[in-house]
Design a protein around this ligand. Sequence first.
Ligand SMILES: Nc1ncnc2c1ncn2[C@@H]1O[C@H](COP(=O)(O)OP(=O)(O)OP(=O)(O)O)[C@@H](O)[C@H]1O
Length: 706
Amino acid sequence: MSATASIIYLKGVGSKKASILKEIGISTVDDLLNYFPRRYLDRSAMKCIRDLADGETVTVVGTVLKTQLEGTHPGRARFKVWLGDATGQLELTWFRGVRFFSRSIVSGDALAVHGKVSYFGRQAQMQHPDYDRLTASPHEPGEGEISDFDLYHTGRIISIYPTTDAMKQAGLTSKQLRTLVARAFDEYRVRSEENLSQAILSDYHLLPLREAYHEIHFPSSHEALELARYRMKWSELFYVQLMFALRQSELRTSKRAVIFTHSGVVTEQLYRTLPYELTDAQKQAVREIYRDLKTGSPMNRLLQGDVGSGKTIVAMFAMALAADNGLQSAFMAPTEILAVQHYLSMKRLFQPLGLRVGLLTGKQRKKERQALLEALGSGELHIAVGTHALIEGEVSYAGLGLVVIDEQHRFGVLQRKALREKAVNPHVLLMTATPIPRTLSMGVFGDLDVSVIRQMPAGRRPVRTSLCYEKELAKVYDFLRSEVAEGRQGYIVYPLVEESEKMDLKAAVESFEELSSSVFPDLRLGLIHGQLTPDRKEMVMDEFRRGEVDLLVGTTVIEVGVDVPNATVMVIEHAERFGLAQLHQLRGRVGRGEHGSTCFLICSMPTAEARERLEAMVSTNDGFIISEIDARIRGVGNVLGKEQSGPLNGLRIADLTRDFDIMQSARIAAFRVIAEDAQLRAAEHGVIKAHYLRYYQDRVTLADIG
Ligand SMILES: Nc1ncnc2c1ncn2[C@@H]1O[C@H](COP(=O)(O)OP(=O)(O)OP(=O)(O)O)[C@@H](O)[C@H]1O
């Protein structure tokens, strides 16, 4: 029987069970083998009755000699069983579920029981043991003997599988799954084809696949189980990394990008006119980017930095280099507000250097848009800043050399691809303000080169974060007032979640009215939320930027990227309703200038998990640490979102937060294989290629392999 055979051919799987198994992703024998146990019970301590010691937890195998139901009064009844082996008798007692057990266990049954031994005089006893009924072996039904087949369930470390309610109702218990897996191995002699080369197996000291499968389901010892789990995780991560290695090699070898040969006036002047000195981390990132731009292969780099670490200026240096080499750059932001903000700051720095910067969003008037498109098409416009409007069909560029995508998390792979297609292999720089831990980065962005900015501009002071209850709001408002008196500005943010959008919005607007009329009648308040027209939003933001609004009240539209260094107070209402990444982003709106800043997290009755989030916020300002905590609380998949976790969705056993060392080892191996043999043509790579094409080819275009 081949591993790809339908599960229905396995004895014991009827159509009903097959359909339930299908729901949890098991259609073939192969799927079944890849349905790994959730945990294990150690029942390896097996003893004969004569040797049982008081207090030990063991497994005993024997035959039921006699049963007895004592007392019929509910609550006082007990069911006794005398189990015998060749050396003695063991008394088993049940006080609960008496009726059930008295019906299921009868004289003559062969049982393996597991539990804690106690002695009453010289009589060994067990109360409420776990038990498994031993079935006759399908091969050799010997009288009273335990067959190999039974031994899958007892006297060893046994596997416990995850089971759903539907599975349990259909009798698909952990034990039944164990039986099915055992059948797949024993009766049908499933051949699990090795998917790694011999050289890799021996270089990295890995168990052969078949052995690893067997040990995962039926461990012969704890050590063997560990080796098996290691092997499985390793190969799983190896294929993820192989995919990255292939993508990277494909991009490097088959695609040629424009070489930005020289830095010229623009770069030089940008450097000279900058009102501040770049941090060492920013300089390092610029160097890494310049190195890429000069190689001739398309750059594919991710710039990771904490909120406010100054990523934009780094991207602008890349854009300056493009301009020096006669090429256009496109800068794509996730929201209109941000596109406008970046447009303004780029115009401020680039215009004096003789560059034309244009803004392209979906909301512009037709005439304005037309003029912009023409300027882009003729090459008059050097830099286009915008939203996804930058990649719409009709937009064409005279010579697009560099694409910068801000807030990588919000753009899907397809949009990136569309932008890439606007030019022949442009260089691509992705920026993310939601740092993800290094451990995840290698699993998710494994085909990208990564630059990290882990340093804040000089003079920044960490934001003080304080957790407050609603009753303390008056004090928070007093603080806001005193900061405004000092000439500073502040934000008050209300949650807005999709499910309760209308009510949330209403609450935010009402609070704004209340704040304006009763709490801060003497201050200038602005309101911003997603329902305002783009023009209105822009007007409010503009007033805030110019310092004409003291307090900006709003929903999370202010979350990402807004940069007003004079703002020093961030008040987050109902902080318990925000996710950790969101809270960190919001806090990142303050502490962006030389003034000390404060963030108040206002909460009422947080759940334990919310409390953990809020405490994490108080404990650190470091976005990298925050994202690690977030991954721990919510799990990697949730932190990354569906789009990002792409290649990792299929992980069955490896865990990115825990198995980083394994991933590193697998990554080295995968990149080494591709460096030596990018097409996987060598005979020794045959198994790798076959496995890759079978399981991964639809996840990546592999035009050159095949
Ligand atoms: N080296 C520096 N010294 C002083 N100020 C700097 C430096 N680099 C950037 N800045 C300023 O710091 C602020 C934050 O920069 P920027 O908006 O690029 O941050 P960011 O990393 O994109 O943050 P976010 O992810 O929050 O949007 C800006 O006002 C910018 O002008």
